[in-house]
Design a protein around this ligand. Sequence first.
Ligand code: SAH
Length: 320
Amino acid sequence: MICTFLIPMNENKQEQKWIEFSIEVDQDLADMVGNTLIGILPAGLVSERVFEDVFPHELDQVSGPIRIFGFYPEEDDLIYRDRVLKALNILKEKVDLPIPVFSSLENKNWTAAWQERYQPIPVGDRLIVVPSWLENPDPDKVPIFIDPGMAFGSGTHETTRLALVMLEMCLIEQDHSEMIDLGCGSGILSIAAAKLGVERILGVDTDPEAIRVSRENAKRNNVKKGGTFHPGSVQEILSEKYSLPKATLVVANIIAPVLEELFGEGLGEIVTPEGHLVLSGILEEQLPVIINCLEQRDFEVKKTLQEGDWVAVLAEKSTA
Ligand code: SAH
């Protein structure tokens, strides 16, 4: 599920009853419809793709309808319904649109509806991924505040969860003071590592938007020191452009065919001898290829974790 925009709720209206407005449109119309409605609805507007479980990297390759939905107070139903319909009617002169759906949230208030949809997700033993507008519900856990549904890794995708669990296990068993996060996305793995005690972290991503989002999320999570995010990939790291040319711990949650390519570009070389590599984003049937890549470069597979069809691997590099 992908949230493309989201406005925090109005705190004063928690006890109010709400109407949910929703319309499903083709992907190419979503921005137009969203932009038209975003100024009209008072409490929030979200767009989500009407399909589940797509790896962030695959988003460009999938298409599907987008559901745009938002909420407004029931007592102002006439006013807002009129505004929404008028705005959509103007658009309808240019494009075909389906009939929107208005439904009462019954006994739920908007906050409840919102929170039901987006809950904090405990991950591993110590971590909890918390939607950024909520408090950490469990003071014994280490919170990572991230907007759910973000295209760059929000903790809800299996591959991110597996990478987080593997990272946490690795940091319990070994001391690592430095880490490279290859394909940092939202920065979620870097933020987790920083909060679990890793002092120097370099996050890189080929998508400049991911770098902007990672920096923002790091700031929001008070990861002030030690985390830097830059555009690029293995080659930029190897060329010593950034703070760490290699590290004792490297994490990469990227689809397996890209991981395979990255091995060809020197992924193995950015891990120091005796260092560890956490790989996620691997479908079960792709595992043999990745294990082969690892063994050819003197890595020994120490652990694998599986959730559904997805597998994550922890490998250790030999001393040589
Ligand atoms: N690390 C995050 C994001 C994973 S999504 C998480 O675990 O949730 C994969 C990320 O890898 C995307 O942000 C994508 O832009 C990035 N990526 C894809 N190909 C890459 C490459 N060749 N080098 C570096 N980053 C890449």
